[in-house]
Design a protein around this ligand. Structure first.
Ligand code: NAD
Length: 260
C-alpha cells in the first residue's frame, strides 16, 4: 500500500511510535526512525525492522526539542528521499505535578517537544507534499487533547494545542491531496505511562497500585489499556488512500474515556 513512500515517525525507538513505524514498514514504506536510546539497541531495532518487513529503515537521532536539530533531520530526510510522504508526530514526554510546584523547565520541555516540534516538522514537510499533491500527517495527541486531568497542566495544554494545530493545517491544505489528523489514545501501557505512576501516586497521596486501578483504568470504561497495535492500525488507515476524505479529525481511541 505504501510502496515508494517515505514515513518519518518521531519518537519511534519505543512505545506507540515504534508500533506505528513497524506497521508502516509492513505496508512497504521506507521508514525513518527517530528517538533516543542506547546506540547498539537502536541499531538492532533498525536492522530488525528492516529484516522483518523488507523495508528500507533509517534512524535519525535528532533531539526534537531543538529547532536546528529538527531542521537538520528534515533536511537529511528530504535530501535522501525527496519527500516525507507520511509524517507521524509522535514523540512526547510527560510530567505530573501540581501547577504551583510544576518545574518551569518541565513546562518548557513539554511544550517544546509535544507541540512546537510538530509545528517545525509540519512546516518543513509540507512543500514537497504540496509538490506531489499527496501527503499524510498524523499527530499522536491524547485523550488529554479533549479532556483534562489534574496535575498534567503542560501535557494537557500541549495536547489541546495539537488538536487545534491539526484542524488548522487540515483546512489550509484541504485541496492539495494532503490530510492531517490527530489520534487521541487513552492509556496505553508504555514507558511513558509507567514512568508517571510514582509522581501521580505522590501528587494524589495514593499507592502506585491505586494509580493503575483508580486513576488510569478508572478513566476507561473498558477497564483495559489500549493496545499499541490498535493505534498503529488507525495510523495505517489514515495513511492510506482510502482515508483521503478524513481530515481535520481528532479521533479518540480510548476505550470510551471521552464518551463520558
Ligand atoms: P514512550 O516514552 O514509550 O516513547 C516516547 C518516544 O519519544 C521515545 O522513542 C523517546 O526516545 C522519544 N523522545 C523523547 N524525547 C525526545 C526528544 N527530545 N527528541 C526526540 N525523541 C524523543 O512514550 P509513548 O507512550 O509511546 O508515547 C508516544 C506518544 O503517544 C506521546 O506523544 C504521548 O504523549 C502519546 N500518548 C501516549 C499515551 C500512553 O498512554 N502511553 C496516551 C496518549 C498519548
Amino acid at each position: 500500500m505504501l510502496h515508494g513512500k517515505t514515513a518519518l515517525v518521531t519518537g519511534s525507538t519505543s512505545g506507540i511510535g515504534l508500533g506505528i513505524a513497524r506497521a508502516l514498514a509492513a505496508q512497504g514504506a521506507n521508514v525513518i526512525l527517530n528517538g533516543f536510546g542506547d546506540a547498539a539497541a537502536t541499531e538492532a531495532l533498525r536492522a530488525g525492522l528492516a529484516e522483518e518487513t523488507g523495508a528500507s529503515v533509517r534512524y535519525d537521532g535528532a533531539n526534537l526539542m531543538q529547532q536546528e536539530a529538527i531542521e537538520a533531520m528534515m533536511g537529511r530526510a528530504l535530501a535522501e528521499f525527496g519527500a516525507v510522504d507520511v509524517l507521524v508526530n509522535n514523540a512526547g514526554i510527560q510530567h505530573v505535578a501540581p501547577i504551583d510546584e510544576f518545574p518551569t523547565v518541565k513546562w518548557d520541555a513539554i511544550l517544546a517537544l509535544n507541540l512546537t516540534a510538530s509545528f517545525h516538522t509540519i512546516r518543513l514537510a509540507l512543500p514537497p507534499m504540496k509538490a506531489k499533491k499527496w501527503g499524510r500527517i498524523i499527530n499522536i495527541a491524547s485523550a488529554h487533547a479533549l479532556v483534562a486531568s489534574p496535575y498534567k497542566s503542560a501535557y494537557v495544554a500541549a495536547k489541546h494545542g495539537i488538536a487545534g494545530l491539526t484542524k488548522t493545517v487540515a483546512l489550509e491544505v484541504a485541496q492539495q491531496g494532503i490530510t492531517m489528523n490527530a489520534i487521541c489514545p487513552g492509556y496505553v501501557w508504555t514507558p511513558l505511562v509507567e514512568r508517571q505512576i510514582p509522581d501521580t501516586a505522590r501528587a494524589r497521596g495514593i499507592s502506585e497500585a491505586e494509580v493503575v486501578h483508580d486513576v488510569l483504568l478508572h478513566a476507561q470504561p473498558t477497564k483495559q489499556f489500549v493496545r499499541i497495535d490498535e493505534i498503529a492500525a488507525l495510523a495505517t488507515y489514515l495513511a492510506s488512500d482510502g482515508a483521503a476524505s478524513v481530515t481535520g479529525a481528532v479521533l479518540p481511541v480510548d476505550g470510551g474515556w471521552t464518551a463520558q
